[in-house]
Design a protein around this ligand. Structure first.
Ligand SMILES: [Zn+2]
Length: 376
């Protein structure tokens, strides 16, 4: 029977779980996690994961999978279950005016689960200067979308770079912050070229805010030349603002990441910012981005937390992201391969890693999906 399976003898990696680091079995019945323990017995379908690792299903918290109608997008199943990712969070490709189409034509037809950060611009990314129009944000339309699509929407998204904002300055970001607080949702803010300057952007980000593209190497970054966080950056972390990688076409630099990690500023979340044009190069898959963070000095456990338990906590996901009983039966089973692996960032710099996270099986709602190694 599909949706029911026993995963046996896997080393569990799940921050905060009593069996974290131990070899255990996970039983999924009718699509939900029903038991996690040592030596569970079940005579139905089993997967022997001896020598392998298991974690909650990986969640990519920043992708663009509204394929077809927007300026950017990629089909969810091209970057999801095939690559060990069970949930994709679309970061603002749709807005209140386009969410229905996105849901009915893409999300509902995908095997991979998709959640949405709703763009505060009602048109989403139909154009790429979505906040340059003073009429772009419509609080009433956002409210209606939240009422209609409730659990699908896990937060709001706004992009704070000059090409997006036109002559509007910081105003749309401040408006987005107000709306996020009013609706009690996290606000994810993309950072990039000035104006507005990074200090103004960071100071506008509310409690429960998340900054994406943290390790870009354009001017107007979050860190000083030496890699220590700027004053506003550490203030933001103090008030619980979270930081996300959001690799993308031009937003991940090994040099910036390594210096920041050495200075103690690790990410809270690791995401790919995948869409059609960066899929072949330089992003390819979430797990590839995770491996670049390993090569930048992070531990395996921290990398896994950044795509599971941390995403759960920061985006307030109730039904996934850990191994709670009753949670969705989503798991990623992977190996840790030792060797020498070359990775390239988004500015053409290369680094060698000595360990690689290599997904071998995706379990989604208790059903097995084979992995396409093209993601690595
Ligand atoms: Zn993006």
């Amino acid at each position: 029977m599909k949706e029911t399976i026993l995963i046996q003898h896997a080393t569990v990696i799940c921050e905060g779980h009593p069996l974290n680091g131990k070899v255990a079995d996970i039983y999924i019945e009718a699509g939900k996690i029903r038991a996690v323990g040592e030596d569970l017995t079940y005579t139905g379908p089993r997967y022997d994961a001896t020598g392998k690792y298991v974690s909650p299903g990986f969640i990519d918290a920043h992708v663009h999978c509204y394929h077809g109608k927007t300026a950017i997008g990629i089909s969810p199943d091209d970057i999801g279950v095939r690559y060990g990712v069970t949930t994709l969070i679309d970061a603002g490709t749709s807005g209140a005016d386009t969410l229905q189409d996105f849901k009915e034509n893409i999300i509902d037809n995908a095997v991979t689960r998709v959640l949405v950060l709703l763009n505060v611009a009602t048109s989403g990314l139909l154009t790429l200067n979505e906040l340059a129009d003073p009429e772009a944000i419509n609080a009433m339309r956002i409210r209606e979308a939240l009422e209609q699509y409730g659990p699908l929407i896990v937060g709001l998204k706004a992009r704070a770079s000059s090409s997006v904002l036109g002559t509007m300055g910081i105003t749309p970001i401040q408006r987005a912050a107000e709306l996020a607080q009013l609706n009690d949702l996290p606000l994810v803010v993309h950072i990039g070229n000035a104006p507005p300057d990074i200090e103004t952007v960071v100071d506008s980000i509310p409690e429960k805010g998340i900054i994406t593209h943290m390790y870009h190497n354009k001017p107007n970054g979050l860190f000083t030349e030496s890699g220590s966080p700027k004053l506003q950056t550490s203030d933001a972390r103090q008030r619980q603002v979270k930081f996300d990688v959001g690799h993308g076409s031009s937003s991940f630099s090994f040099e910036i990441a390594e210096k920041a990690i050495r200075a103690g500023f690790e990410p809270d979340m690791i995401s790919s910012d995948l869409y059609d044009k960066n899929r072949q190069h330089p992003v390819r898959s979430l797990v590839r981005v995770m491996n670049k963070l390993l090569a930048s000095g992070m531990s395996v456990d921290d990398c896994i937390a950044c795509v599971t338990t941390n995403v759960k906590a920061n985006l307030n996901l109730k039904d996934r992201g850990d191994l709670s009983l009753g949670a969705l039966g989503d798991l990623t089973i992977f190996e840790l391969e030792k060797g020498t692996f070359e990775w390239e960032d988004s500015v053409g710099d290369k680094r060698m890693g000595t360990i690689k996270i290599k997904p071998v099986l995706t379990v989604l709602g208790g059903t097995e999906y084979q992995i396409d190694n093209g993601g690595l």
